[in-house]
Design a protein around this ligand. Structure first.
Ligand SMILES: Nc1ncnc2c1ncn2[C@@H]1O[C@H](COP(=O)(O)OP(=O)(O)O)[C@@H](O)[C@H]1O
Ligand SMILES: [Mg+2]
Length: 417
């Protein structure tokens, strides 16, 4: 979950920072509604339609049932006085994300409700970052309600669904499409890094499309594991955290690390975008981490035949063991593949193999959701699911890894910095 041990909270906001004030009660904050485009009621996040827990209320509020009532009870009346709760669109361990509508302007928003005690680390991290950022590819915080038990973050609503869901639905996928997405992600990451912010949990599940249109921009979300540099001085982080498939080798090696861990994750995301497979996909966590520690990945398989050398070069410059040799976000933007939208095979349609792989992932996801047999995450993953393990990296499993002599040898050979 959060990385409170190493949280480096700035005493003052970074230069050119933007602050969002906390709102207590429903007195009107500055009207920021004009920042959010008008969205039709039908433009729901794909997940909210699929989710059996979806709560829909009529404008008249007639169709209330026990679930709605119970759910609304969890919201502070000051929040519900201003926002009409429409649907549950996401759940975390200590949080719920709902789609809401401002009762006056009818503008849709997302509210992330976090339990103050259990989710303390998450909301502190998330608020520390979201209060300071304003960027076209980063989800915008609108206002915050705080009560003794809960924190409610009112955010822009992204209605286009997750990155992978879009690729499947889109019907075509080219390197040009991939570079378009990556240009936006890297732009957002460069902005964060310039402010001394490391996201630490970049993955396709945290990259949301703003709207369902084909030209939608992508938004970086979920700053629950983020860290901020203290007083602009370069600080190394130490906390073992992240999502297993995307975690950088220096974190697994328990070395002090910097914002380059986000670029490793961008490399993993790029690999997935172009092949529909994971670069590091061990049958268990220990195997997965060992592959990461060796940067042991390959371009073997049918799906790589149509991928340009330039794209492979881009990945190869990101999935680099030594963080200081990994290209930075700014250097990514200067890489010929992103600059030229993958010259050569740019428009070759990679969709068939990728969508097959992604659909396989989707179906394993769905069967996991519908299964009541308690099938383990491990067994789902071994069937080839691409969704990352919902559990976070556990420090104790890294402890166990560090008792393996082979692993210690790999770690010793990693460049010291
Ligand atoms: N601003 C938003 N607009 C639309 N959906 C969102 C928004 N924020 C979060 N979600 C949905 O809720 C899910 C969980 O939110 P997230 O911030 O990632 O929390 P967690 O820390 O639990 O992963 C996301 O994967 C996404 O589907
Ligand atoms: Mg998330």
């Amino acid at each position: 979950m959060g990385c409170v041990n190493s949280k480096l909270v700035p005493e003052a906001p970074p230069p050119n920072a933007h602050l969002v004030e906390t709102v207590y009660g429903h007195q009107d904050a500055k009207n920021k509604a004009n920042r959010t485009p008008k969205l039709r009621q039908t433009q729901l996040h794909e997940r909210s339609i699929r989710d059996p827990q979806t709560i829909i209320s009529t404008p008249q509020g007639q169709r209330t049932n026990k679930t709605v009532a119970r759910y609304r009870d969890k919201f502070d009346p000051r929040v519900t006085a201003k926002y009409d709760i429409k649907a549950l669109i996401g759940r975390g361990s200590f949080s719920r994300v709902v789609r809401v509508e401002n009762r006056v302007t009818r503008q849709p928003y997302a509210i992330k409700m976090i339990d103050r005690v259990q989710g303390k680390e998450v909301f502190e991290s998330e608020l520390n970052v979201l209060r300071r950022v304003r960027h076209k590819y980063i989800i915008q915080l609108v206002e915050v309600f705080e009560t003794p038990g809960k924190v409610y973050m009112v955010m822009e609503l992204a209605t286009g669904g997750e990155l992978f869901d879009r690729i499947i639905a889109k019907g075509s996928f080219t390197e040009r499409d991939a570079t378009r997405v990556l240009n936006m992600v890297v732009d957002g990451v460069q902005y964060l890094h310039a402010l001394g912010i490391t996201h630490r949990d970049l993955k396709p599940e945290n990259l949301l499309y703003y709207h369902p249109g084909h030209d939608s921009k992508i938004m970086i979300t979920d700053f629950g594991l983020s860290s901020i540099m203290k007083n602009g001085v370069e600080n190394f982080m130490m906390t073992t955290c992240g999502t297993p498939e995307y975690i950088a080798p220096e974190i697994v090696a328990r070395k002090p690390y910097g914002c380059q861990v986000d670029l490793w994750a961008v490399g993993v995301i790029t690999y997935i975008l172009l092949s529909g497979t994971m670069p590091f996909d061990g049958h268990n966590r220990s195997r997965l981490y060992k592959l990461i520690l060796k940067a042991n990945f390959s371009y073997v398989g049918e799906h790589w035949k149509d991928v340009s050398d330039s794209a492979k070069d881009f990945i190869g410059k990101l999935l680099v063991l030594e963080p200081h040799l990994r290209i930075t976000a700014a250097q990514c933007q200067q890489h010929p593949w992103l600059l030229t939208n993958a010259a050569g095979s740019a428009n070759k349609n990679l969709h068939r193999t990728i969508s097959q792989n992604l659909l396989q992932r989707q179906s394993t996801q769905n069967s996991a959701k519908s299964s009541k047999s308690g099938k383990s995450v491990k067994s789902i993953k071994s069937q080839g699911s691409l969704r990352s393990d919902p559990h976070r990296v556990l420090p104790e499993e890294i402890d166990a890894l560090h008792r393996d002599p082979e692993v210690l040898a790999d770690i010793a050979s990693l460049h010291q910095y």
